[in-house]
Design a protein around this ligand. Structure first.
Ligand SMILES: C[S@@+](CC[C@H](N)C(=O)[O-])C[C@H]1O[C@@H](n2cnc3c(N)ncnc32)[C@H](O)[C@@H]1O
Length: 217
């Protein structure tokens, strides 16, 4: 099941994405009546406008959305919450702007349930990207949704393989940081629960994501 089907979205429904970045994810809902991407970084929004002229892109903070309450059919947030230290603030805002009969969709990377592995995975995430806040296990997402007053209607896991060279591509990441990440993987990759294994000069790992669909309580 792809993410658009998972969201039960109909083209007549309005969609807002919080932390829309360059618009790649929101563009999956093509043909929609109103697709609005909100992001805190103007450079991201500029790229979204260039690549996807059909999307509306506006500046804003997910903790305090510049939108009226009960106004959108589907409120989504993809690959964004692991950049946020206080995700409950975002979830509460998403809940505020969704219509009473609407839905919330969250997609994010998911950490292993085992505490020690989740800690090691987060150490590696932070080494790769200093803006990383926290990769959370599925149980943490469920607790956060409950605290935000959201009922989970559906939950799916997805996993696939990805190479280190795709996770940290040369040109985007400094060589020195790639070197330190490679050292971490060689020494402690087995402790992260990410199934790191060598593949020629590269490494490959299992990338895991969670999708949650929720309604207001
Ligand atoms: C990893 S990108 C994901 C982009 C997009 N959702 C996707 O899946 O392609 C995370 C985005 O969240 C944005 N972001 C982080 N914190 C935010 C906040 N408090 N309010 C709005 N946007 C935020 C960042 O600027 C970035 O563009």
């Amino acid at each position: 099941m792809n993410v658009v089907s998972f969201s039960r979205w109909q083209p007549s429904e309005t969609v807002i994405e919080v932390g829309a970045g360059t618009g790649n994810f929101l563009s999956l809902f093509k043909g929609g009546s109103l697709l609005l991407g909100i992001d805190a970084v103007p450079g991201m929004l500029a790229q979204a406008r260039t690549h996807y002229p059909d999307l509306l892109a506006a500046g804003g903070d997910g903790r305090c959305l510049p939108l009226p309450s009960d106004s959108f059919d589907l409120v989504v947030c993809a690959q964004m919450l692991h950049h946020v230290h206080k995700p409950l603030e975002i979830l509460k805002e998403m809940k505020r702007v969704v219509r009473p009969s609407g839905r919330l969709l969250v997609i994010d990377q998911v950490a292993p349930d085992k505490f020690e592995e989740a800690i090691a995975m987060n150490e590696l995430d932070l080494l790769r990207d200093p803006s990383h806040a926290s990769s959370r296990p599925a149980s943490a997402f469920r607790v956060l949704f409950n605290l935000a007053g959201l009922s989970i209607a559906d939950e799916r896991r997805w996993e696939g393989s990805q190479r280190l060279s795709q996770w940290m591509w040369r040109g985007e990441f400094p060589e020195e940081r790639i070197r330190r990440v490679r050292e971490f993987i060689a020494e402690r990759g087995g402790a992260t629960g990410m199934d790191w294994r060598a593949l020629g000069d590269d490494y490959i790992y299992t990338r895991r994501r969670i999708m949650l669909l929720a309604t207001k309580d």
